[in-house]
Write a new protein. Sequence first.
Length: 457
Amino acid sequence: MSTPPLAGGTTGPDALRPLLDIVLDALRDGAADRGGPLPPGGPGPVAARLSEAAGAVLPEQGTGAEEALRSLVRALTHGAADPADPLCAAHLHTPPLALAVAADLAASALNPSMDSWDQAPAASELETAVVRALAHEVYPAAPAPDALFTTGGTESNRLGLLLARERHGAVQVICGAATHHSVHRAAWLLGLPEPVAVPAGPGVLDPAGLDEALTDLPGPCLVVATAGTTDTGRIDPLPEIADLCVRHGAELHVDAAYGGPLLFSDKHRGLLAGLERADSVTLDLHKLGWQPVAAGVFAVPDRSRLGPLGVRTEYLNADDDTEAGLPDLLGRSLSTTRRPDVLKVAVTLRALGRAGLGELVDRVCAAAGQLADLVDQHPGLELYDRPALSTVLFRPVAADDEQTARIRRVLLTEGRAVFGRARADGRLWLKATLLNPHATTGDLEKLLELVEGSTHR
Ligand SMILES: *Cc1c(COP(=O)(O)O)cnc(C)c1O
């Protein structure tokens, strides 16, 4: 076999073009093979088809680029849960924008690594500009806000806890009952005491309970509030929580992994009032932001806050190189090799503008309101609550928890719809997380019809 061509340089694009045609055909054909939001039949048939398509994982003699791309991309597409299908509405699993995916291809072809300037000259500049702009969205009044790209909310939350620990020692984390599990894992990993969960008010962090916890707990505390809980999309009362943190001398980290991009929407930005008072903020653009994974952001009000992440190593950021003016990027992550996730984000921000992104946010929030209306009007269905963001919890009136769980599994196994599940007020609910800005009223009605049709089976 001749040496396979590379993706970069002046000849890379010509080598890529025919391969991309194969990939794009396989994406289209695989989606047509699937014919729905996910493959029917459950894990057995998926495994069988994949093993047939994949054949030997590492054959002695390779099959060549065209065959390997065609068979594996098509099989993976056939077996995908595709968030671009409006009936795929379980998780904060976003349908990426075509323009962001196209940009990500360029990022892969160029393959800058963000850990040193000599591997990513322009990408480093772009990252600096984009994170500053995003940090400014979060902290509009701060003189020198800054942000980092991360692999997502999990890593951003871990950074929030880590930096609080570096400032104050072994902080006691206080959070709401609906706080994301990554906060508990971060405390565990960082050797911090087990987080104290404040008994919830109506699904959000209850200020009275928080006041009591802050009064009772000795030592430095870090309050972790959530702007958009994973299960119900609710937003903790950030202004009251920020006031309590000031009064008790506690730090505040806000996990806005889900709700953060409301900042782009004139209509919904007000829901995040108080966010700018946090000591650090988690925000994901691979949820409301429509980026392919990964596009996590971690923001702080002042760039000096990131100091503890600094590290020196001769081969990446020698002192004399830094003194000579080469930017030092190693301290902008706990990772070393790091993808230029900035490119797809920069392309999206520029192509859509704040108005365009805000409109996408408004659209999915409106779809959630509409789905809630449809549930409300349906005599056979019960709505948990009006949606705060783009998540709607509901269940058939006639179903108990076990039957509700079964409905979800039946639709999943038949490949007809993908719902999530959430426990709230002691009961199990079907969860529709609406992130598809193209979803129509007909799609929302179809989601409910499918649930109704599976209720008595
Ligand atoms: C999704 C989510 C996370 C985790 O983010 P990842 O990007 O999956 O690591 C954390 N917190 C909240 C509130 C989330 O919705």
